[in-house]
Ligand binder design. Structure first.
Ligand code: MN
Length: 128
Protein backbone atom coordinates (compact mmCIF):
# COMPACT_ATOMS: atom_id res chain seq x y z
CA UNK A 1 0.00 0.00 0.00
CA UNK A 2 1.26 3.45 -0.89
CA UNK A 3 2.37 5.50 2.08
CA UNK A 4 2.59 9.24 2.23
CA UNK A 5 5.80 10.93 3.27
CA UNK A 6 6.24 14.64 3.87
CA UNK A 7 9.83 15.82 3.36
CA UNK A 8 10.92 19.14 4.90
CA UNK A 9 14.39 20.11 3.64
CA UNK A 10 15.73 23.51 2.60
CA UNK A 11 18.48 22.12 0.37
CA UNK A 12 16.88 21.59 -3.04
CA UNK A 13 19.28 18.82 -4.08
CA UNK A 14 18.65 16.83 -0.92
CA UNK A 15 14.93 17.48 -1.19
CA UNK A 16 14.90 16.07 -4.71
CA UNK A 17 17.11 13.12 -3.73
CA UNK A 18 14.88 12.17 -0.77
CA UNK A 19 11.67 12.50 -2.79
CA UNK A 20 13.11 10.52 -5.71
CA UNK A 21 14.22 7.73 -3.37
CA UNK A 22 10.80 7.57 -1.76
CA UNK A 23 9.02 7.48 -5.11
CA UNK A 24 11.32 4.73 -6.42
CA UNK A 25 10.15 2.71 -3.40
CA UNK A 26 6.51 3.37 -4.27
CA UNK A 27 5.81 5.95 -1.60
CA UNK A 28 3.95 9.16 -2.27
CA UNK A 29 6.30 12.05 -1.47
CA UNK A 30 5.53 15.71 -0.89
CA UNK A 31 8.60 17.91 -0.58
CA UNK A 32 8.68 21.39 0.90
CA UNK A 33 11.74 23.61 1.24
CA UNK A 34 10.26 26.20 3.61
CA UNK A 35 9.94 24.86 7.14
CA UNK A 36 7.37 27.54 7.97
CA UNK A 37 4.88 25.58 5.86
CA UNK A 38 5.53 22.27 7.60
CA UNK A 39 2.66 22.21 10.10
CA UNK A 40 0.02 23.37 7.61
CA UNK A 41 1.24 20.92 4.98
CA UNK A 42 1.28 18.10 7.53
CA UNK A 43 -2.34 18.86 8.44
CA UNK A 44 -3.54 18.82 4.83
CA UNK A 45 -1.31 16.05 3.40
CA UNK A 46 -1.81 13.70 6.40
CA UNK A 47 1.53 11.91 6.01
CA UNK A 48 2.38 8.49 7.44
CA UNK A 49 5.93 9.75 8.05
CA UNK A 50 7.68 13.11 8.18
CA UNK A 51 11.32 13.47 7.18
CA UNK A 52 12.75 16.57 8.80
CA UNK A 53 15.95 18.46 8.12
CA UNK A 54 17.28 20.17 11.25
CA UNK A 55 19.21 23.15 9.89
CA UNK A 56 16.89 25.43 7.95
CA UNK A 57 16.40 29.18 7.60
CA UNK A 58 13.50 30.84 9.47
CA UNK A 59 12.72 27.83 11.64
CA UNK A 60 14.74 24.99 13.14
CA UNK A 61 13.77 21.39 12.51
CA UNK A 62 14.09 20.78 16.26
CA UNK A 63 11.42 23.40 16.98
CA UNK A 64 9.22 21.93 14.26
CA UNK A 65 9.54 18.43 15.73
CA UNK A 66 8.56 19.78 19.14
CA UNK A 67 5.56 21.58 17.63
CA UNK A 68 4.49 18.43 15.78
CA UNK A 69 4.75 16.35 18.93
CA UNK A 70 2.69 18.87 20.91
CA UNK A 71 -0.09 18.76 18.30
CA UNK A 72 -2.82 16.28 19.15
CA UNK A 73 -3.54 15.39 15.50
CA UNK A 74 0.03 15.30 14.25
CA UNK A 75 1.84 13.77 17.21
CA UNK A 76 1.26 10.10 16.15
CA UNK A 77 3.09 10.66 12.85
CA UNK A 78 6.65 9.34 13.19
CA UNK A 79 9.43 11.82 12.48
CA UNK A 80 12.79 10.89 10.98
CA UNK A 81 15.34 13.68 11.42
CA UNK A 82 18.17 14.11 8.94
CA UNK A 83 21.20 16.27 9.65
CA UNK A 84 24.96 16.30 9.32
CA UNK A 85 26.44 14.43 12.27
CA UNK A 86 28.02 16.86 14.68
CA UNK A 87 28.37 14.75 17.78
CA UNK A 88 26.39 12.68 20.24
CA UNK A 89 24.86 15.81 21.76
CA UNK A 90 23.01 16.49 18.51
CA UNK A 91 21.40 13.08 18.45
CA UNK A 92 20.31 13.48 22.09
CA UNK A 93 18.74 16.85 21.28
CA UNK A 94 16.89 15.35 18.32
CA UNK A 95 15.58 12.44 20.42
CA UNK A 96 14.62 14.80 23.24
CA UNK A 97 12.63 16.89 20.74
CA UNK A 98 10.58 13.77 20.04
CA UNK A 99 11.93 12.38 16.77
CA UNK A 100 11.51 8.60 16.40
CA UNK A 101 14.64 8.21 14.27
CA UNK A 102 17.74 10.02 13.11
CA UNK A 103 19.79 9.54 9.94
CA UNK A 104 22.99 11.50 9.42
CA UNK A 105 23.87 13.32 6.20
CA UNK A 106 25.37 12.55 3.78
CA UNK A 107 22.86 9.71 3.83
CA UNK A 108 23.47 6.11 2.92
CA UNK A 109 20.69 5.24 0.47
CA UNK A 110 20.17 1.80 2.01
CA UNK A 111 20.07 3.07 5.57
CA UNK A 112 17.69 5.85 4.55
CA UNK A 113 15.19 3.47 2.99
CA UNK A 114 15.58 0.89 5.79
CA UNK A 115 14.73 3.46 8.43
CA UNK A 116 11.89 4.91 6.34
CA UNK A 117 10.30 1.51 5.77
CA UNK A 118 10.79 0.49 9.40
CA UNK A 119 8.96 3.59 10.60
CA UNK A 120 6.21 3.23 7.98
CA UNK A 121 5.52 -0.35 9.03
CA UNK A 122 4.75 0.83 12.53
CA UNK A 123 2.96 4.03 11.53
CA UNK A 124 -0.79 4.20 11.80
CA UNK A 125 -0.78 7.71 10.35
CA UNK A 126 -3.49 10.26 11.00
CA UNK A 127 -7.02 8.92 11.29
CA UNK A 128 -9.66 10.82 9.38
MN1 MN B 1 19.30 22.31 5.82
Amino acid sequence: MTKRVLVVEDNELNLKLFCDLLRVHNHEALGISDGREALDQARSFKPDLIIMDIHMPYVSGLDLIMSLKKDETLSPVPVMAVTAYAGKGDEDQIRDAGAEAYVSKPISVMKFIDVVNGLLERSSGIDA
